[in-house]
Design a binder for this molecule. Sequence first.
Ligand SMILES: NC(=O)c1ccc[n+]([C@@H]2O[C@H](COP(=O)([O-])OP(=O)(O)OC[C@H]3O[C@@H](n4cnc5c(N)ncnc54)[C@H](O)[C@@H]3O)[C@@H](O)[C@H]2O)c1
Length: 506
Amino acid sequence: MTVDLMKADLVVAVFGAGTMGRGIAQVCAQAGIDTLLYDARAGAVDEAIAAVGKGLDGQVAKGRMTEDAKRAVMAKLKPMTSLEEAKPAGLVIEAIVEDLGVKRDLFKKLEAILAPDAVLATNTSSLSVTEIAAGCARPERVGGLHFFNPPPVMKLVEVIAGLRSAPDLADALTAFTRRIAKTPIVATDTPGFVVNHAGRAYGPEALRIIGQGIASPREVDELMKDAAGFRMGPFELLDLIGGDVTHAVMESMYGRYYEEPMYQPSAVLATRVAAGLLGRKSGAGFYDYKNAEAASAPTVAVEKQPLPTAVWIADEDGGRDLATILEANGVKATVGGAPAKGALCFVTPLGEDCTSAALRLELDPARTVAVDMLGRFGKRHTVMKNPLTAPDVLGQAVAALGAGGAAVTAINDSAGFVTQRLLSMIVNVGTRIAELRVAAPADIDTAVELGLNYPKGPLALGDHLGAARVLAVLDGMFALTHDPKYRATTWLRRRAALGISLRTPD
Ligand SMILES: NC(=O)c1ccc[n+]([C@@H]2O[C@H](COP(=O)([O-])OP(=O)(O)OC[C@H]3O[C@@H](n4cnc5c(N)ncnc54)[C@H](O)[C@@H]3O)[C@@H](O)[C@H]2O)c1
């Protein structure tokens, strides 16, 4: 039986006073819990406590907190100068250097000091909780509390039970997480838990798209924000987190899942990291932060053209919606039947490139363009050419879609455009997490919304787009590329076939 983490006089000892430790200590103190803070580096704890005080002063200045409340929080935070001072702690939260040996060593020493029922929690991002626990005399008391940066702001905490954790440990840690006003989700001890696992779609697939010359980083970002509703584009996110950090996570996940193709790291990113183009922290990444106005040429040049007079649209998924959009823009279109001679032909494929759709429908490739009708919020459209599309045809297509004021991005031929590829990979990885029983379906969505700030969790996103459509995109990409990355999961395939929500458990 583990200690009661809800008792009024619980003492928490936080180890590591760096980026995460100081934030975790603040969160515990703010919940009125006596919180001790330790760091191996002399002076680090005092710096951390001063930084917390400064942050709270900012809250007071903004009127979000009273001076009294700030004083009450600071009174709950106490420095430790030796491990022995952690003796009264019922819960340890470890946020020291990400090194298995160092973490095991700390837990071993603490076990000799703490009460036998005290709980040891690690904030590790990329190590196995089970492996850290295996160095302990009582692995049943060891679990994971994975906070997100910065802890005072980020609502989510992933609660991890190791393989040998006591059966009631996850419940105790979940209750504790609620006590400190955070939202817990329970995940099994698997590489990346939920959030860092779910994040293996957005950046990697975007890197493949630019690596294949389909669109530029800026164009991909614009599409994901304006057409798919994401708050940040994948390249803005990569630059914020740092290419080096992301590349290390990609390599770790790929290795720990024994070279699962879905998680293959990006050679494009590796080269950029080698060049020192790390993102905001180095002044340049996918964007140039020293020269905000840096011009970026469009991937596909578009010659300005008048509106087309004869337009035909294939009668397939999204075709009639496209006709409505064009009509509102003052462009009349025929849907289905045979195209009139010389007509501009629009296709709306799912997971198929413009070339394949034109040939399948026996259209003239020179007069054919494709429009992405999946995951579209109407602020921006994607027009995709094939290698034979005539420049004036592309110009007319862009004019027709943009006549109502929406932005239009022209891209090179790709099965799945940009947004179909990214959205379907996010759903596919999300269903893989569900299939591997890393967390309950609803918790997967909560974790991704709160931890990655996506507009929807991956399973809710798949339901919104339609599981059958997402499957069609993945199957189409797989059929064209034979790349095992695009193999749809059984979880997705089964639920698409049954026509049920991707959140439906087995
Ligand atoms: N930074 C993030 O975004 C983030 C997010 C979630 C989890 N994490 C995890 O949290 C942990 C800490 O990360 P961070 O970013 O705060 O690192 P950090 O480098 O900012 O802080 C680590 C602190 O631990 C101290 N330390 C090192 N060895 C120690 C020991 N043996 N005993 C006591 N103190 C020791 C260091 O002096 C340093 O102050 C890591 O396990 C990391 O994987 C980090």
